[in-house]
Design a protein around this ligand. Structure first.
Ligand code: MG
Ligand code: ZN
Length: 541
C-alpha cells in the first residue's frame, strides 16, 4: 500500500515536473511572438529588380506621377516591420527558370524541374504550402489576374508533369478544394459540349454567368467542374457584383482565359457598368472570406501579367502592370496594418525581359548655365543624353497594349495592313510615334528559323525579322513583332530590353510581419528555402 502511494506520488511529481516544463515552454513562447496566424504570399510574375526599379523610378521621378506621394508598396513595407532579402530562382540543373518550376519551388520548398507543377525534380508530387495550411486547419485561397489554372497558381494546388495540362490541373484544384479561387480561365472548368450553342449546358452557363464571361470550353472531355464545385459547397461567381455578394467558399471565374491587361483595366476603372473585378477587389474579397477562420489562412495572390508585358518588351504596359500590383499590395498592407499575426511575403518567381533605362548619344543636351561656383566661367554640357524623366509620364499615357494595337492592325483587311496604317495606330495609342519607314521595318518577315537535327526545315511560316536575336524571342504567342516596335521606340523611351524570355537575375523578397516570422527571409537565399520558410510559417514551426 505504502509502495503504491509512493508510485502515485512519484507519478504526480513527474507529471508536475513535466507540466511545469511545458508551462515554462509556454511562457517563453509568449515572450516572443507566436508564429503567424495568417500567411499571404504575393507573387509578381516576372517582377525582377528591373520591374521594381521601374515602379520606384516612376514614383520618384515622373513629373505627374499618379502615385501622388511618390511612395510605393515597397516603401510602405520597409517603413515599419519590414525586411528585404534576395533570392535565386533557378530550377534543377538549369540556369533560368520558367514560372511552373519556380512556382513549384516557392510552393513546396523542393527543387523542381522545368515546366513541372507541384513536383520535385524527379517528378514526384511534394506537398505544397497550401496543402500544409489545410492540414493545419487554416482556410486557403488563390487569386490571380491570369487563369487560375495557369502555372503560378497551379503550382500551389496541383501536381502534374506539365504546366500545359490545364484540364488535369483544374481537376486537382477541385479535389484539393481551397476555399477561395478567383481569376480567369473559365474554359478549363466547363465541358466541351458548352461550345455547342444549342446544348443544355450552354444555356445553363449563359444563365449563371449573366453574360459577363465568354463561354468557350478548352476541355477535351465532358466534365462539368462547375457543377461538381457547386455540389462541393462552392458559390460560383462571374462578375463584380456577384463577387461582392459572395460569402463562404467561392470560385470566381471572370474571363474565358486571362483577365484584361492593366491598361485595359485602367481604361474602364471608373465605368459604373464595369463587370470585371480588379486584382485589388478580388484580393480584398478573398481576405474577407478567409479571415473568418479562427485558425487563420494562407492566401497566394498573383499579379501575373507583369511577365507578359515584359515578354512583349512593352514598357508602358509593364508600368501599368506594376501599378496594378502596387494598388493590390497597398490594399493588403492596409488590411494588415497593426496586425502582428500576419506574415506578408512579396516576391517574384523570376525576372523577365532584362529591362532597363539606358543613356544614349541621341539628342545630346544643349549647353546651359549653372549657379554653382565651379561653373562660373564654364557651360554645363554633359557628353551624353542621360534620359528625360518626362518619358515616365509618356509611358504611363499609353492607351493600348502592344498586343491590342497589333490585334487592331491584323483585324484590318489584308490590303489595309500597310506600314502607314500601323504607324497611325501606334501614334494614336502611344506617346512614342514611329515613322512609316520604321513601321515597314517592323512588318518585315523571314522564314521561321527552326530546323530539325537532320537540318530539315520544320516550319516555313513567315515570322517577324529580328536581327541576330531569334534564339531569345522563341515564342509565337508573345509575338516578336512587339519587340520590333519596342526596338523602334527604344531611343525615345531610353528603354533597352535584352530578351523576349526570362533571365536568371535574383529577385527581391520583401516581408512584413513579426521579427521572428520575417527573419528567415531576410538573407541571400534560394526560392526552395523561401518555400520551406513559408511552409514552416503555416505549420507554426
Ligand atoms: Mg504566372
Ligand atoms: Zn514568362
Amino acid at each position: 500500500m505504502k509502495h503504491k502511494i509512493m508510485v502515485i506520488f512519484t507519478a504526480v511529481m513527474l507529471l508536475f515536473i513535466v507540466s511545469s516544463c511545458s508551462q515554462k515552454k509556454g511562457n517563453s513562447a509568449l515572450s516572443s511572438p507566436a508564429s503567424p496566424k495568417n500567411v499571404i504570399m504575393i507573387i509578381g510574375d516576372g517582377m525582377g529588380p528591373e520591374q521594381v526599379g521601374l515602379l520606384l523610378t516612376y514614383a520618384r521621378q515622373a513629373p505627374h506621377s499618379v502615385l501622388g506621394d511618390k511612395t510605393t508598396c515597397f516603401d510602405k513595407i520597409m517603413e515599419k516591420d519590414g525586411s528585404l532579402g534576395i533570392s535565386l530562382t533557378y530550377a534543377h540543373n538549369v540556369l533560368v527558370t520558367d514560372s511552373a518550376a519556380s512556382g513549384s519551388q516557392l510552393a513546396t520548398g523542393h527543387s523542381s524541374g522545368s515546366e513541372m507543377i507541384g513536383l520535385d525534380y524527379n517528378g514526384d508530387p511534394v506537398p505544397t504550402v497550401l496543402e500544409r495550411a489545410i492540414q493545419a486547419g487554416k482556410s486557403t485561397g488563390l487569386v490571380t489576374d491570369t487563369r487560375v489554372t495557369d502555372a503560378t497558381p497551379a503550382a500551389f494546388a496541383a501536381h502534374q508533369p506539365h504546366r500545359k495540362m490545364g484540364d488535369a490541373i483544374a481537376l486537382d484544384m477541385l479535389s484539393l478544394g481551397p476555399d477561395v479561387l478567383l481569376g480567369g480561365g473559365l474554359g478549363n472548368w466547363i465541358p466541351r459540349e458548352a461550345n455547342d450553342k444549342n446544348s443544355r449546358v450552354r444555356r445553363e452557363l449563359e444563365e449563371i454567368t449573366q453574360g459577363s464571361v465568354a463561354i468557350k470550353s478548352k476541355r477535351r472531355d465532358s466534365q462539368n467542374l462547375l457543377a461538381r464545385a457547386r455540389e462541393n459547397g462552392y458559390g460560383l461567381v462571374f462578375n463584380r457584383s456577384q463577387l461582392a455578394a459572395a460569402s463562404g467558399k467561392v470560385i470566381g471565374l471572370f474571363a474565358a482565359s486571362a483577365m484584361p491587361n492593366a491598361i485595359a483595366v485602367s481604361n474602364c476603372l471608373n465605368d459604373p457598368d464595369r463587370s470585371v473585378p480588379t486584382l485589388e477587389e478580388m484580393s480584398l474579397k478573398a481576405i474577407d472570406i478567409l479571415s473568418q477562420n479562427d485558425q487563420g489562412f494562407f492566401l497566394m495572390i498573383e499579379a501575373g501579367q507583369i511577365d507578359w508585358a515584359a515578354h512583349s518588351n512593352d514598357a508602358g504596359l509593364m508600368l501599368h502592370e506594376m501599378i496594378r500590383l502596387n494598388e493590390t499590395v497597398n490594399a493588403v498592407l492596409d488590411w494588415a496594418k497593426n496586425r502582428e499575426d500576419t506574415l506578408i511575403i512579396l516576391t517574384a518567381d523570376h525576372t523577365t525581359g532584362g529591362f532597363g533605362f539606358s543613356y544614349t548619344a541621341k539628342d545630346l543636351p544643349r549647353a546651359s548655365q549653372l549657379p554653382g561656383m565651379m561653373f562660373k566661367d564654364k557651360d554645363y554640357k554633359p557628353g551624353y543624353n542621360y534620359g528625360d524623366p518626362h518619358v515616365l509620364d509618356k509611358l504611363y499615357s499609353q492607351k493600348l497594349s502592344y498586343g491590342d494595337i497589333f490585334d487592331k492592325f491584323y483585324q484590318l483587311s489584308k490590303e489595309e495592313q500597310t506600314p502607314k496604317n500601323l504607324a497611325m495606330l501606334v501614334n494614336q495609342y502611344t506617346a512614342f510615334p514611329i515613322t512609316i519607314a520604321q513601321a515597314q521595318r517592323i512588318l518585315e518577315t523571314e522564314d521561321n528559323p527552326i530546323y530539325l537535327p537532320d537540318n530539315r526545315k520544320l516550319n516555313a511560316k513567315r515570322v517577324p525579322k529580328l536581327d541576330n536575336k531569334d534564339e531569345f524571342y522563341p515564342s509565337q504567342k508573345f509575338s516578336n513583332i512587339h519587340a520590333l516596335l519596342a526596338l523602334a521606340v527604344a531611343g525615345d523611351q531610353f528603354a533597352v530590353w535584352n530578351t523576349g524570355t526570362h533571365t536568371n537575375t535574383p529577385v527581391l523578397v520583401f516581408t512584413k510581419g513579426s521579427v521572428r516570422a520575417r527573419k528567415p527571409f531576410a538573407g541571400v537565399i534560394h526560392h526552395t528555402q523561401l518555400g520551406q520558410y513559408a511552409i514552416d510559417a503555416v505549420r507554426g514551426k
